[in-house]
Design a protein around this ligand. Structure first.
Ligand code: ADP
Ligand code: TYD
Length: 212
């Protein structure tokens, strides 16, 4: 039975949009749903998220960055995810352990086997039953987040460390996610994120409904 569902993919691939639509759908079907995210799913996590996203040009070593994401996860799993699952709720989470493998592992070059162990420790062994990987080119994702920023704050562009990172990094992250999907095809469902919001939602619904 599917209880813990995560959404993964590059920045701007449409994870939060699809998470929200699935949550609305499940709620109308009478399911109790908890929507959450990493980093920033707890109060402590929001502080960590600010440190990560607003570090500006401060140089953060890959290891420092990794431990901040892991600290966020350790708190998030124990404070939000495990209690919600224990109460019989469905948990939808925007990014989880696969993001650490893709960004810190494939993207930044931290050893994948070590990451798997640290992920297990941070998550206390809590693992998603189902993961949607929204795959699109980094260019498409970044153009969407640029458009989103324009709408939220016309004339100004919120520049954070991630959106300024070079394209090669985002390409490595994308290939990493694809490899993770290939290695765990039963859990990770690969979706072409260039399709329309409605099409993607319909496909996600069709996968989730029979699995509940
Ligand atoms: P993420 O959570 O992966 O960063 P969002 O869901 O916030 O992505 O989407 C980024 C922007 O792209 C939003 O403005 C959203 O409305 C838009 N968007 C999301 N999915 C699609 C899609 N399939 N087609 C076109 N635009 C999309
Ligand atoms: P966020 O705004 O949540 O992502 P998005 O732009 O997709 O909505 O930003 C979180 C950033 O943190 C994103 O660039 C991916 C990165 N990240 C990691 O590098 N490692 C991790 O373990 C997690 C959870 C996120």
């Amino acid at each position: 039975m599917v209880r813990f569902i995560t959404f993964e993919g590059g920045d701007g691939s449409g994870k939060s949009t699809q998470l929200r639509l699935l949550a609305e759908y499940l709620s109308t079907r009478g399911r109790q749903v908890v929507c959450t995210r990493e980093p920033g799913g707890t109060n402590l996590g929001k502080m960590i998220r600010r440190v990560l996203l607003e570090a500006g040009d401060e140089k953060i070593s890959p290891e420092t960055e990794l431990f901040l994401y892991l600290a966020d996860r350790a708190q998030h799993v124990r404070e939000v995810v495990t209690p919600a699952l224990g109460a019989g709720k469905i948990v939808l989470c925007d990014r989880f352990t696969d993001s650490t493998l893709a960004y810190q592992g494939y993207g930044r070059g931290v050893d994948l086997r070590i990451l798997e162990q640290l992920n297990r420790m941070a998550s206390g062994g809590v693992a998603p039953d189902l993961t949607f990987l929204l795959d699109c080119s980094p260019e498409l994702g970044l153009s969407r987040t640029a458009a989103r920023m324009e709408t939220q704050k016309p004339g100004g562009r919120r520049e954070d460390r991630f959106e300024r990172k070079e394209h090669a990094f985002h390409d490595r992250v994308r290939s990493g996610f694809l490899e993770l999907a290939r290695n765990d095809a039963k859990r990770v469902r690969l979706l072409d994120a260039a399709r329309s919001i409605a099409d993607l939602h319909a496909e996600i619904r069709a996968i989730v409904e029979p699995a509940l």
